[in-house]
Design a protein around this ligand. Structure first.
Ligand code: NI
Length: 226
């Protein structure tokens, strides 16, 4: 499932993010790339242990925990501390698949990347190109969202970032280990949750509502790994 999540960051948080990023020091983006993707990656990144990356990462993870759509779609078990990238002057990231397992920096923990996320931090009119292009079984999807919006997609997808030919594209990217590893099962739960919410709004006293909620939780119990 490829899903846009609107307004993860509000205007004040976005302004704070941009202020921190404007003062930050950028390094070659290949520091966090795997073997294959290092050859395709041309951009810059905030150093993972920088103060700006930590503060911004906390801001984003905090906002995600409050975001009902993100939680319903990703069913997060662990969220990788967000990384930040910057593309300009024709920089791009060729077609690749994200590494399946990542070491969480500064901890003994590893995270299985089930869901990939990109949070746009520049407005679409600030740069030309820079679309995130994701391939799945339904075709090729080109994504360029307003600043503060996020896109979620299966980490198993081939994807690339088109060259940024004007301006600067700033974004956060990270991965989620989901309680439900399989994208198909996660999508079924998301659709069911959505239908239950709708039913709750339209027919709050409908006797089937409680039964459907029971089905949701019993499927989650069957599929969740903690
Ligand atoms: Ni990637």
């Amino acid at each position: 499932m490829l899903l846009p999540v609107a307004d993860v960051l509000g205007a004040t948080q976005l302004a704070e993010a941009r202020r921190l990023l404007d003062q930050a020091e950028w390094v070659d983006g290949r520091v966090t790339a795997g073997h294959q993707s290092a050859r395709a990656k041309r951009n810059r990144q905030l150093s993972e242990d920088s103060e700006a990356a930590r503060r911004l990462g906390d801001l984003i993870v905090g906002a995600l925990q409050q975001n009902a759509l993100f939680v319903s779609a990703a069913l997060p078990l662990r969220v990788f501390p967000p990384l930040f990238n910057r593309y300009e002057g024709g920089e791009s990231f060729g077609t690749h698949v994200d590494n399946a397992v990542r070491q969480v920096p500064g901890t003994p923990h590893r995270l299985r990347t089930d869901v990939s996320a990109t949070l746009f931090l520049s407005q679409p009119d600030e740069y030309e190109g820079g679309e995130l292009v994701v391939e799945d079984t339904y075709g090729v999807h080109s994504v360029k969202l307003p600043a503060g919006h996020l896109v979620l997609y299966p980490a198993s997808s081939l994807h690339h970032v088109r060259p940024v030919t004007r301006g600067v594209r700033l974004a956060a990217f990270f991965w989620v280990q989901s309680m439900v590893r399989d994208d198909g099962e996660r999508t079924l739960l998301f659709d069911l949750d959505h239908a239950i919410q709708e039913l709750g709004r339209e027919q709050p006293d409908h006797p089937s509502a409680v039964q459907l909620i029971g089905v949701y939780h019993n499927l989650l119990r069957r599929w969740a790994e903690l």
